[in-house]
Structures are given as structure tokens and as C-alpha cells.
Design a protein around this ligand. Structure first.
Ligand code: COA
Length: 655
């Protein structure tokens, strides 16, 4: 059985090895064993002049088998297998049919020649998994393409296209026609002389200033992930002390990081993200093919959704209630595409194509032939309901009709309307053209096909779909509410807004809870609390209420939890806010930095667990995806559920 993992077939003194370990030809233990055995066998076989290493499927090799990383490494280790290939007396030619990533790229780098299919690519994405390359990548790549480009590829986890690899001197050729016959023909032309192996190529040290600059730049971009800086140090060790010492440093760092919490967190997300795109319950259910989508409402949310849909190639009809609001909505969409050009996400022509796919109309009439309509109007039940009443008259019974509501009950929006199998809530996060999370909320009567279409839409938009049950705030906003309540509890225990925000930034969030509320405005939540009070709910007067009543609504009113100098976004501790909060503070020990972060994350995890227990989320990893992709939870901490479970395990000694 294991022999099928790499098949050997010989002709004319050339051995063709074909790797077949679907889905991505990962270099699992069994593959490494077979490759090591074949390497020895081919070396001893006098009938073999050269070896072509190829792979089946769309991917050359997707890397080491990530699923093995939770266990101790087992021999034969990849660096040794690659060293044996590089040391072979016969030329090895890697024939790259598709992506050669991580260990796959390192394997290709250890071969004497590389031929790329024109769609093939090569990259070292290990840092995005909290690792560094562990099989010579940090040593061989700089010696093949030069120090500065290699540092970029490795620390940013960038992938080189076939054309870029050719330019950089990594691809000996790009196949013009069929890859394998061309690789075999190339092998036949070789006369037995071997090129200088990467390990023997010289590499000059550019000096301390170069390394200082690189260190500073990489630390800035890493956002708390320790891997990019560690990769740089392994590269530097190889430059300063030579290839063999560099390999040792690389391996040591790789093994250390492989066992780290950060790498475990990033692996957890790697598998969770892939599982989210392929929910088991929807296996075999074909989504509705989407060509034309309507978006109702050209505000911040609607225009962001329209831009996301158009960027993914859908034809978009953006509707508004009047010509002026429509013009403003279209301008917002255009501004989004312009910003994408500035950030290098597309070029002028690309932006123009995207914009050409967006048509603006007044009223809903033009939505009749859409396959999907997403409503993003004002959060008002009666307004939304009127929209859906009109939509069901206009659109065919198979058109999928979605609401983007955040806080209303979607069942009530569509109650009693015909063909309920096609209603769904698709909850985008602002800015919708950027944020990766899409909460997908099926209603009681939603058909599996409608749900599958939501998931397929997320994949097409490059977003992460998370199915949420229909409970208040769905998953994300319900946890946010709990998080804010806990932040206020900490305030009442004597911590200041500055201390709390700093603790959360130190944990890895982009922003703390109070600066965030100042940015968004305190008044919306205040109005919601007042409405609940008017309905008889017993909500005690909290510090947020006191601030709003004193006219402190956040940045827009010049101050909220903080003060702001005119025109400045820099939060300054506010004596006025402190005085408003002070009467509510209970005496006792004040919570400190790590205790603050621990309590806030524990509150999120607790609420997440409750949501799972109530059946409103399908798994704890879905909660993690919501927080990471919708709320800026640091990736290398894996999400609140992962973080809390890991903490409990380390406290109980891994039991
Ligand atoms: N080890 C183990 N499993 C892997 C894997 C790896 N290195 N790479 C991918 N897989 C699995 C995925 O989990 C997925 O499993 P599933 O079908 O059970 O969900 C399956 O292979 C297909 O992966 P997917 O990413 O959905 O396929 P794709 O065709 O879109 O992309 C790759 C293929 C190789 C480009 C992509 O999987 C990838 O980037 N892999 C990771 C590469 C990497 O980081 N390597 C360094 C490892 S140290």
C-alpha cells in the first residue's frame, strides 16, 4: 500500500517518481519513508542516470503533513531525506505541476533542477502557521535567489509564481507543453555533470545595518507572531556561520516553534477555516449558481457588500430609494475600488471592471431577475419587512432572499411570506469588502440548498462562513455584549479604561473595548438599553449610561470614555469620565494587567461555550473563527475557546 504513495517507472535510464498522496501530497511519515528508501535504491541502481520527481493531482506538494505536528517528529526526517537527494551522484529534476509549499518547496530546492508547469508556484508559508521552514528552506532559498528576496518570501510567507521563479533563477525552465514529457526529455539531455548544490553556493554577509533594518521591519509586520523574526535569525545564522550551522539553527528553531502555543493556535485555525468551507451536513448539496445579485441600500454596509460581490465577479444591482442616495451609494462603491487600487489589491483596469459590474437603480423593480438579493437597509423591523413583502412579489420563487440584519429577528422580517425555503440571514461585518467573517443564519424553513448557497457565496468572496443559530446577536455580537459587560465590571472593580484597553492591546487585539466604543459611539447601545428599560426590563444604571447622559457619546462628541483634543483620534485619560464612574466603583483590590485580559477572554469563552451548549454554534472552533475573522482576536492565540482550553490544559498539566 505504501508503495503506491510514490510510484516508480523507468525508461531510457531515467526514473520517473510520481508522488500520490491525495489531497495535497503532504510529506507524511509514510511518504518520507518511501522517498528515503527510493533515494537509496536509485543511488545503487546503475541502470538509472537521472531521476524526475513528479506528483499527481493539482498540487505538487502542500508541505509537511500538518496533522502530524501535534505528535513528536519521527524519522526519517525531511531535512535528511532532502540532504540525501542533494548529495545524490545522479541529477534529480523536480517537475512542479502545481503549488510546492513548505516542505514541498524545500524538496524542490534540494533537487538539482526544477521545471515548472506555467501554473505551478513555490512558497514557504510556514510563518503563517507560527513556524519557520524546517528542512533547509531558510538556507537553500537565500543561496538560490539572493538574501533580500529570500527574506521577503520566507518572513512574509509569500509564494512565487512560475514566472517569478524563472526570473529569480529558481525555475530552470517553464514547460511549454506537457510537463512530464518535457521533464523526461530534459533529463535525457543531461550529461551526468551535476550543478553546484544550493548548500555549496556562497552567500555574503551584508553587515549589521542590513540585519537591524530587517529585524525592525519584520517585527512591525508580525503583529505578535514570533515566527517571522525567528526565521530571520535562522537565515542570519546560515550567513554568519555557514550552511551546516544554519541548518542546525533552523532545525532547532523549527522544533521549538512546532511545540509552541502560537503554532498550535495557527494550526487549529488552519483546519477550522477549511472545515468551515465544507460543512459535513451540506455534503452533496449543490448550491444555486449565482450570476446576478441585488443589494438593497447603499449605506456603508450595502456599498461594502456590493463592492465585495462585484470584486468576486458577480453582476450587482445596487438599489436605493432616491436618485441622491443612489448617487451617494455608488460613490461609496467607487471609493472602495479606488482605495483597493491605492493598496495594490487591484489595478486601474481591474477597478474599472469591478465598477462596470455595478448598476445603480432606484426602487426594487430591477431586482426581479437576480439570483440573490441581500437587504442592507436601516435596522427597523417595519422597513425591512416592507422590503421583503415587495421582493417576494418581484422575484421568482427560487431567488435567494437574504437579510443582513444584526439585531432583529430575521424570522419576524419574513414571517408569513411565501416560499420560505429561500430566506436566510447573511450577516456581513463592516467594512464588508474587507472583513472575512460571514455569519450565516438559516431560519426554521430555510432549505439546505439555500444554506449551501450562502456557504458557497462566502467561499467565492474569500470569506469564512460560520453558521449561527437565530439567537439575539447571533454569535459575534452576543459575545461582544458579554465582553463589554465584563469590561464594565472591571471598571467598577477599579481598573481604568486605559488599563483595560492596554491589557487587551498587550494580549494582541488591535484595540481595547473602550477605545472601540468611543470610535463607534456610545449612543446606540444606550438607546437599546433605554428601550429595554421602557419595556420594563430591570437594567441598573451603568457607567456607560452616566457618560451618555452627560453628553459623552464618544469621539464624535469630543469625548466618551476618553477625552480627545480637537481633530485628534488619540485617546487621553478623562478626569470628567473618571468622576462620572467613581461613585459606582466598589472598594477592594484593583485588577491588574494580565488579570484583566484573563477575565475578559474567560468571559468570551464562557459565553461562547453557552452558545455552543444552546446549539446556536456548531462547534467551539466556529466561535474562534467568529472572533478571529470578525472581531480582531489575534490569530496566534487561536480564538477564545482554543485559548481557554489550552490554558486549562496547561494548568492541569496537559491532562
Ligand atoms: N498537511 C495536512 N493536510 C493538508 C495540508 C498539509 N500540509 N495542506 C492541505 N491539507 C488538507 C486540508 O486540510 C484539506 O483537508 P479537508 O479536505 O479534509 O478539509 C485538504 O488538504 C485540501 O486543502 P485545501 O486548502 O482546501 O485545498 P486547496 O486546493 O484550496 O489548496 C494548498 C491546496 C496546498 C494550496 C493549501 O492546502 C495550503 O496552502 N496548504 C498548506 C500549505 C502549508 O502551509 N504548508 C506548510 C506546512 S509546514
Amino acid at each position: 500500500m505504501t508503495n503506491d504513495l510514490i510510484r516508480r517507472s523507468d525508461s531510457d535510464g531515467i526514473a520517473l517518481l510520481t508522488l500520490a498522496n491525495p489531497p495535497v501530497n503532504a510529506l507524511s511519515l509514510a511518504v518520507r519513508q518511501r522517498l528515503a528508501a527510493l533515494t537509496a535504491e536509485l543511488e545503487a541502481d546503475e541502470s538509472v542516470r537521472a531521476v524526475v520527481l513528479a506528483a499527481e493531482g493539482r498540487v505538487f506538494v502542500g508541505g509537511a503533513d500538518i496533522a502530524e505536528f501535534d505528535r513528536p517528529p519521527e524519522a526519517p526526517h525531511l531535512p535528511d531525506v532532502i540532504a540525501a537527494i542533494e548529495a545524490s551522484r545522479k541529477p534529480w529534476i523536480a517537475a512542479l505541476n502545481g503549488a510546492a509549499l513548505g516542505g514541498g518547496a524545500e524538496l524542490a530546492l534540494g533537487c538539482h533542477y526544477r521545471i515548472f508547469a506555467d501554473t505551478a508556484r513555490l512558497g514557504l508559508p510556514e510563518t503563517s502557521l507560527g513556524l519557520i521552514p524546517g528542512a533547509g528552506g531558510t538556507q537553500r532559498l537565500p543561496r538560490r535567489i539572493g538574501l533580500a528576496p529570500a527574506i521577503e518570501v520566507i518572513t512574509a510567507g509569500r509564494t512565487l509564481s512560475a514566472a517569478e521563479a524563472r526570473e529569480a533563477g529558481l525555475a530552470d525552465r517553464i514547460a511549454a507543453g506537457e510537463l512530464i514529457p518535457e521533464a523526461l526529455a530534459f533529463a535525457r539531455t543531461l550529461d551526468g555533470a551535476l550543478p553546484l548544490p544550493a548548500s555549496a553556493a556562497p552567500l555574503a554577509d551584508p553587515g549589521p545595518a542590513f540585519w537591524d533594518e530587517a529585524r525592525a521591519r519584520i517585527a512591525r509586520a508580525a503583529r505578535g507572531n514570533p515566527a517571522p523574526a525567528a526565521a530571520l535569525e535562522a537565515i542570519r545564522a546560515g550567513v554568519a556561520e555557514g550552511f551546516a550551522a544554519g541548518l542546525r539553527a533552523e532545525r532547532e528553531t523549527f522544533l521549538r516553534l512546532r511545540a509552541s502555543d502560537e503554532a498550535a493556535a495557527l494550526r487549529h485555525l488552519f483546519f477550522a477555516e477549511r472545515a468551515a468551507l465544507r460543512p459535513a451536513a451540506l455534503r452533496g448539496i449543490e448550491p444555486v449558481p449565482l450570476t446576478r445579485a441585488g443589494v438593497i441600500g447603499g449605506g456603508t454596509m450595502g456599498s461594502g457588500i456590493a463592492a465585495a460581490l462585484a470584486a468576486a465577479g458577480l453582476e450587482v444591482r445596487l438599489t436605493e430609494t432616491g436618485p441622491e442616495s443612489l448617487a451617494a451609494g455608488l460613490e461609496r462603491v467607487e471609493a472602495i475600488f479606488e482605495a483597493q487600487v491605492k493598496r495594490g489589491l487591484t489595478d486601474r483596469a481591474g477597478a474599472a471592471e469591478r465598477m462596470a459590474r455595478v448598476t445603480g437603480t432606484v426602487g426594487l423593480g430591477a431586482l426581479a431577475d437576480c439570483d440573490l438579493v441581500i437587504e442592507a437597509v436601516f435596522e427597523d423591523l417595519a422597513v425591512k419587512r416592507r422590503v421583503f413583502e415587495e421582493l417576494v412579489r418581484l422575484c421568482g420563487p427560487e431567488a435567494i432572499l437574504a437579510t443582513n440584519t444584526s439585531y432583529l429577528d430575521p424570522e419576524r422580517i419574513v414571517e408569513g411570506l411565501p416560499h420560505p425555503h429561500r430566506f436566510i440571514a447573511l450577516h456581513f461585518f463592516s467594512p464588508a469588502q474587507v472583513m472575512k467573517l460571514l455569519e450565516i443564519v438559516p431560519l426554521a424553513a430555510t432549505a439546505p440548498r439555500t444554506l449551501a448557497t450562502g456557504v458557497a457565496l462566502a467561499a467565492r468572496l474569500g470569506k469564512i462562513p460560520v453558521q449561527a443559530g437565530n439567537g439575539e446577536g447571533f454569535i459575534g455580537n452576543r459575545i461582544l455584549k458579554r465582553y463589554r459587560a465584563e469590561a464594565e465590571a472591571l471598571l467598577l472593580a477599579g481598573a481604568t479604561p486605559t488599563e483595560i484597553d492596554e491589557a487587551m492591546r498587550a494580549f494582541g487585539l488591535g484595540m481595547g473595548p473602550f477605545e472601540m466604543q468611543d470610535m463607534a459611539g456610545l449612543d446606540i447601545a444606550f438607546r437599546a438599553r433605554e428601550a429595554a428599560r421602557a419595556l420594563g426590563q430591570d437594567l441598573p444604571e451603568g457607567p456607560g449610561d452616566r457618560l451618555v447622559r452627560a453628553g459623552r457619546l464618544g469621539r464624535k462628541s469630543g469625548g466618551g470614555w476618553y477625552d480627545y483634543a480637537p481633530g485628534s483620534r488619540l485617546p487621553q485619560p478623562s478626569p470628567e469620565a473618571a468622576a462620572l464612574i467613581a461613585p459606582l466603583v466598589t472598594p477592594g483590590p484593583r485588577p491588574s494587567g494580565t488579570e484583566i485580559a484573563d477575565r475578559l477572554i474567560a468571559a468570551m469563552a464562557e459565553e461562547g461555550q453557552r452558545i455552543c451548549d444552546e446549539g446556536l454554534a456548531q462547534s467551539p472552533s466556529d466561535i474562534d473563527l467568529v472572533e478571529v475573522h470578525g472581531y480582531g482576536f489575534p490569530r496566534h492565540k487561536g480564538g477564545p475557546m482554543f485559548h481557554a482550553a489550552r490554558k486549562t490544559r496547561s494548568r492541569t498539566g496537559g491532562a
